[in-house]
Design a protein around this ligand. Structure first.
Ligand code: NDP
Length: 280
């Protein structure tokens, strides 16, 4: 009887939340694998994070993604943290164990690295200097993943220098902070440029950055996925750089989460890409 098949529920917790495309990704995979379950939006105000997170186990929910502004606040509520979540100081995924224990993960870095390898399977973090513009939560996740992959020369620039310095703390052998007004000069000889700011996102002005010193052999990545091609990526593509948008990061970070909740490793397919693209 259908009633006897356990129904698995997962979702994404944040505020605002209804713009999140995660339900499209996970519900596509749930359907594709014939799983008895669903993935929804959980709108949770900052005051309610603790009650909502601790309530996951009482409700028998398989787990959930955690997005802005709760990625830091949810971390101390975990019973166990993955090494990557510890390094990043933030979680984006909770897996509720059979005994009710809450395990916190951060799959953003995995998703990011995989999105680069989807474009260039030979991509290596130690191929040369990597310039990162921006020092928020996404930059923190990306830097931890790059260092984990063997990056040894990261040039970090942020409008607010103090934030970049805080991020570089304890890893200054690899991460050097450059001045905001010298961000274009920092591109000289770089193997890769990453935009981890909100500049260029729908409704925001483009990132102001003169690409002239950047080698055309460098990969240019933008974490933004709305629009898929930011002014930065359009400019980079026009001068011959390989470009990577943020959609691959979004899709790939969902893979290990889905596997942990539903027991099947899903695949990023052109069909899923098309589904997502239709929503932009
Ligand atoms: P945060 O709010 O934590 O950080 C924002 C960053 O943008 C800061 O470095 C901030 O600099 C910078 N910034 C904001 N306004 C300006 C400006 N006018 N000029 C220059 N710099 C500015 O955001 P996140 O780190 O969470 O997200 C950053 C980007 O990454 C967003 O566009 C987000 O959409 C994208 N993202 C994509 C994901 C994906 O799956 N593809 C996942 C997560 C994020 P300052 O410190 O000076 O304020």
């Amino acid at each position: 009887m259908a009633d006897n098949i356990p129904f698995k529920l997962a979702g994404v917790m944040g505020m605002p939340i209804y713009q999140s495309r995660s339900p499209i990704i996970h519900n596509h995979w749930i359907k594709a694998h014939g799983i008895n379950g669903a993935y929804g939006h959980f709108p949770v105000q900052p005051d309610n994070v603790e009650a909502a997170v601790l309530g996951l186990r009482a409700l028998g929910i398989a787990g959930c993604n955690i997005t802005l502004p709760h990625k830091l606040a949810a971390l101390p509520l975990m019973d166990v943290l993955s090494p990557m979540a510890q390094k990043m100081g933030a979680i984006n995924c909770i897996v509720v164990q059979a005994d009710g224990a809450l395990h916190g993960h951060n799959n953003d870095g995995f998703g990011y690295i995989q999105s680069l390898r989807d474009i260039n399977p030979n991509w290596r973090a130690d191929a040369g200097p990597i310039v990162i513009v921006g020092a928020g939560g996404a930059a923190r996740a990306v830097i931890a993943a790059l260092i984990d992959e063997g990056a040894s020369d990261i040039r970090l620039v942020n409008r607010t220098r103090a934030t970049a310095e805080k991020l570089a703390e304890g890893q200054t052998a690899v991460v050097q902070v450059h001045e905001w007004h010298e961000r274009s000069e920092a591109l000289r000889g770089a193997a890769m440029l990453i935009n981890a700011t909100s500049q260029g996102m729908y409704g925001q002005p483009p990132l102001e950055l003169d690409l002239a010193p950047l080698p055309v052999t460098a990969m240019v990545s933008d974490l933004i996925y709305i629009p898929l091609e930011t002014p930065l990526l359009a400019q980079a593509k026009a001068r011959g750089n390989t470009t990577v948008n943020g959609l691959g990061m979004l899709i790939n970070q969902a893979i290990p989460a889905f596997e942990a909740w539903f027991g099947v490793r899903p695949r990023a397919t052109p069909e899923l890409n098309r589904l997502l693209l239709a929503t932009f």
